[in-house]
Design a protein around this ligand. Structure first.
Ligand SMILES: [Zn+2]
Length: 222
């Protein structure tokens, strides 16, 4: 089990909210149960059993013990994280921007998966804004307890992938089961939407795990 980080050939025309992503995935994966979230930059992770079909609960992570369910995360610079295991059917998808990372949503997902019996957990982080483009203010640095990656004098650049990787390691994930699909959303206009580059009205990138999502075009999660 692994997932896919979709590019604009799948995501072109999607709106900001979850509805159009849900509808497009139904077109691409007919007959599947698909869960999309109303993401709010929280640390809330919901179980699929708590989600009514066709509803979009407020949460930034979703976990399923049934790998036939398709889990979708939408991003436009934040880090999409897909999780699966070698030893159990449990899967999860997480929206990890700076607020989510500061709130510990990634180690929380690992703990919840562990509670479902998962041990050999794989964590795959998808395309997000890179340290080349992610200049932040002091409040973000403080919240993340991050050292700035200084590429330009006087500005603080942050590497969200590095922070997410370090959090995964601290949560007990083995280094060889941490996968990073690094492509800067802000630099790669042809493939990805970027809030930093295009503003609030930009589209959303989608990352998907579960069911037949591996048949979707895009960057494999490992
Ligand atoms: Zn960049």
């Amino acid at each position: 089990m692994s997932g896919v980080f979709c590019r604009r050939d799948v995501t072109e025309g999607l709106h900001r909210g979850p509805e159009t992503a849900w509808a497009r995935l139904h077109e691409l994966l007919p007959g599947s149960r698909i869960v999309c979230l109303n993401q709010v930059h929280s640390d809330r992770i919901i179980r699929v059993e708590e989600v009514d079909d066709g509803s979009f609960p407020e949460a930034d992570g979703v976990i399923s013990e049934d790998p036939a369910v398709v889990l979708c995360i939408r991003t436009a610079d934040c880090v999409p994280v897909l999780l699966w295991t070698d030893d159990s059917p449990v899967i999860a998808a997480v929206h990890a921007g700076w607020r989510g990372l500061a709130g510990g949503i990634l180690p929380k997902a690992v703990r919840l998966m562990g509670g479902c019996g998962a041990r050999k957990i794989h964590v795959s982080m998808g395309p997000s804004i890179g340290p080349c483009c992610y200049a932040v203010g002091p409040e973000v640095l403080h919240a993340l307890r991050a050292e700035p990656d200084r590429r330009h004098a006087g500005r603080n650049f942050v590497d969200l992938h590095r922070i997410a990787r370090d959090q995964a390691l601290a949560a007990g994930i083995a280094r060889e089961r941490i996968h990073q699909v690094q492509s800067c959303t802000c630099c790669n206009h042809a493939s990805f939407f970027s809030y930093r580059r295009d503003g609030e009205s930009t589209g959303r990138n989608i990352s998907v795990i579960g069911g037949r999502s591996c048949s979707l075009p895009g960057l494999p999660a490992r």
